[in-house]
Design a protein around this ligand. Structure first.
Ligand code: NAP
Ligand code: SF4
Length: 667
């Protein structure tokens, strides 16, 4: 089915069973008190699911290289001993695993950070101190020491983190290396640091140990490497003894999205393709590859020898096994939302996954068969109801799923129509197939009535939300006003001037949808973000015209706080930048006075203003749908309320799907 993807890869001294590399991801378990045991369970499930080679999250080779004050280090024999639980778990399942060594350099969030030079990173609070010659040599030794300890711990290899703007990148690029000694100045001197690291590692680990180098192929920052530099470094790394070269795309300080859901699938594999002919060692393509079809396409097109996927293995540990067994339709696809993985990590929480709440909770959440099969009614086939129904049925319960519409999906069916959020369709596809597989009795076009519920042992209310009704003079003017659900569902014509009331996630989504350029393909997307596909400019960036939409759109909120970022911690800036590029007017601190045929009258910080909008779209949050609420007390403890029906104010797909799972495990 996927001949290229599932083909073994011979590395000479060892073989990988397929072309799938599970890319490095920090999970937050690395620093947890009982983290390594949990991490072992996390990786063991992925190894059992058939991944060819796993790479751990980044571990610092020394104290000063830690990303955060409490980030994990891998520098002492006690660390090697503690990690044996991880390597043994992976090997038990016939898998292979490499430890990633990551020195944060100037990205470190503590005052002891060090770098090639002393400039502060735009995304860090602390300016690093410039390393002296002795400190550089010590750091190289620290990398080699970590690799040697990794070998002792039973790892099959290491990955040297040389991309995303961390220390090694900081030595390589003019942007961050201002030195005039043997470690700076010419490109040959700037690339000495990574080469010395790889040579030192190879010396201590011998020939039969995997060394992956994560090479920044496209920095996406000014004064980054040219592609000629990248080729020169890659060849020198090969000579220095690396086994595999993995791709790195974009520094963390780059203002270009590289992995968010808005990024088209496999948008950057063309960069790896350009490097591949210059090398003999296998190269790995990555970024936004999330289905076996896309992975196969990348390999078939000859862009790389392996593909790296990271978040797709949070979403589904059995990704490879399902692809192998012709069950790709049952893969729980990563939708690139970042909402429970990176957003959690950026808030200092453990990573998980919006579509798979078990991710990183493998030892704590287990789906076991129920002692007694019960009759369960689930009301509402949105994300919460689907999660509850499929998990309950998987446990052996008899589940009827009532949905008053003619299809499943709830809010996800709206989300998938937003440009850049098409991936939500995959979750609906996944749940549709899971309903079949688990034997849920789906009742479409069927609104559950109180009397229907008499024979059930458990009733799960997942009836969702409706848009909030506002009390503004003229709000009932149907020619002028439309709520976001109707707009998205019915593609209501809006004219050229639109005022959006509400600047939450949905207001931002609607503004994006209305200003989306038509007929854009991958090349247009790369162009819009200023990415140089000819690879003639340093950092892979070129000055480009800012695309401006010909629509006039106002996005409004009453709060005075910043407008336009939406809720995503790691994606908010992308939304804001997209809207700014399209000339959308973002206005905070307004109040709404009235609506008439001329438009929307607002009070803008004390001044009356008419926005001559053709249409006013209401995106002002939601209210819970709670059918026959007056009779809920009669259902007593049989009733469980989840998702938007539970709390409309914090409507959140992460919570909805997790609540669905949790309630299904309780009954
Ligand atoms: P929301 O984030 O709560 O935003 C509601 C907006 O409406 C706010 O801007 C609020 O601003 C305004 N508002 C609230 N009450 C109002 C009233 N009575 N009159 C006028 N304006 C009012 O809700 P949402 O945009 O509907 O999003 C729903 C949920 O989906 C959110 O929890 C969000 O996290 C999630 N979501 C996430 C994403 C994502 O990309 N991660 C995208 C879409 C939705 P003021 O009160 O300041 O006027
Ligand atoms: Fe993918 Fe979203 Fe899950 Fe992260 S939370 S792994 S981006 S689906």
């Amino acid at each position: 089915m996927y001949p290229k993807l599932l083909q073994p890869l011979d590395l000479g001294f060892t073989q990988l069973k397929n072309r799938v590399l599970m890319g490095s991801m920090h999970t937050g378990l690395e620093e947890h008190k009982e983290g390594l045991g949990r991490l072992a369970a996390f990786y063991e499930e992925r190894a059992k699911g058939g991944v060819g080679l796993i790479v751990t999250g980044g571990f610092s080779p020394n104290f000063r290289g830690r990303l955060h004050p409490l980030s994990a280090e891998f520098s002492k024999p006690k660390h090697a001993k503690a990690h044996q639980v991880v390597t043994e778990a992976v090997h038990r399942q016939g898998g292979k695993i490499a430890l990633q060594i990551l020195h944060a350099g100037r990205y470190a969030m503590h005052p002891l950070s060090q770098s090639a030079s002393g400039m502060k990173a735009p995304i860090s609070k602390f300016a690093p101190s410039e390393m002296n010659e002795k400190q550089i040599k010590k750091t190289i030794e620290a990398f080699a020491n970590s690799a040697s300890l990794a070998q002792l711990a039973g790892y099959d290899g290491v990955e040297v983190m040389g991309s995303e703007g961390y220390l090694i990148n900081q030595f390589i690029c003019k942007r961050t290396n201002m030195r005039y000694d043997e470690w700076g100045g010419t490109y040959k001197k700037r690339m000495r640091f990574p080469l010395e690291i790889v040579k030192a590692i190879r010396k201590v680990v011998g020939e039969d140990f995997i060394i992956i180098f994560r090479l920044s192929m496209l920095d996406l920052v000014e004064e980054g490497s040219t592609f000629e530099d990248v080729i020169m470094l890659a060849k020198a790394l090969e000579d220095a003894g690396v086994t595999i070269i993995n791709s790195g795309i974009g520094w963390h300080e780059a203002r270009i999205p590289t992995i968010a859901t808005q990024v088209p699938r496999a948008a950057f594999t063309w960069v790896t393709e350009r490097l591949k002919p210059h090398l003999k060692v296998p190269v790995v393509a990555c970024n936004r590859i999330n289905t076996p079809e896309d992975a196969e396409r990348v390999l078939e097109a000859g862009h790389s020898d392996m593909v790296s996927m990271a978040r797709p293995f949070l979403a589904d540990p059995e990704f490879v096994a399902k692809a192998t067994q012709d069950k790709a339709h049952l893969i729980n696809t990563c939708i690139g939302c970042n909402q429970a993985c990176l957003d959690n990590i950026f808030q200092g929480k453990r990573a998980s996954c919006l579509v798979n709440p078990r991710a990183c909770y493998e030892t704590e959440i287990q789906i076991q068969p129920a002692h007694t099969a019960k009759k369960v009614a689930v009301i509402g086939a949105g994300p919460a109801g689907l999660s509850a129904a499929t998990t309950a049925a998987e446990r052996g319960h008899h589940v009827d799923l009532y949905e008053k519409n003619d299809r499943i999906g709830g809010q996800f069916r709206l989300a998938m129509q937003i440009p850049g959020k098409e991936e939500f369709r995959e979750t609906i596809r996944y749940f549709a197939n899971r309903l079949d597989e688990t034997g849920v009795n789906l009742k479409l076009n069927c609104e559950a009535k109180f009397d229907d519920l008499a024979g059930y042992d458990a009733i799960i209310m997942a009836s969702g939300v409706v848009p909030r009704k506002l009390n503004i003079e003229g709000i009932d003017n149907q020619d002028k006003v439309v709520d976001y659900q109707t707009l998205i569902r019915e593609k209501t014509p809006v004219g050229n001037k639109v005022a959006i009331i509400g600047a939450g996630g949905i207001g931002i989504d609607v503004a994006t949808m209305l200003t989306e350029p038509q007929g854009h393909d991958l090349n247009d997307w790369l162009h819009d973000w200023g990415i140089d596909t000819d690879l003639t400019h340093s950092g892979g960036l070129y000055p480009h015209p800012e695309p401006i939409s010909d629509m006039t759109v106002w996005v409004l909120q009453r709060r005075k706080s910043r407008v336009g970022k939406g809720p995503g911690k790691t994606t908010g800036w992308i939304h804001k930048r997209t809207l700014e590029k399209r000339g959308v007017n973002l206005m905070g601190g307004v109040s709404y006075e009235s609506i008439d045929n001329k438009g929307l009258t607002i009070n803008n910080r004390g001044k009356k203003e008419l926005l001559d909008a053709d249409k006013i779209v209401i995106c002002a949050g939601q209210e819970s749908v709670r059918p026959f609420e007056d009779k809920w007390s009669d259902l007593k403890d049989k009733l469980h309320i989840i998702g938007g029906a539970d709390k409309a104010g914090e409507l959140d797909a992460v919570r909805a799907i997790r609540q669905g799972l949790e309630v299904a495990l309780k009954i």
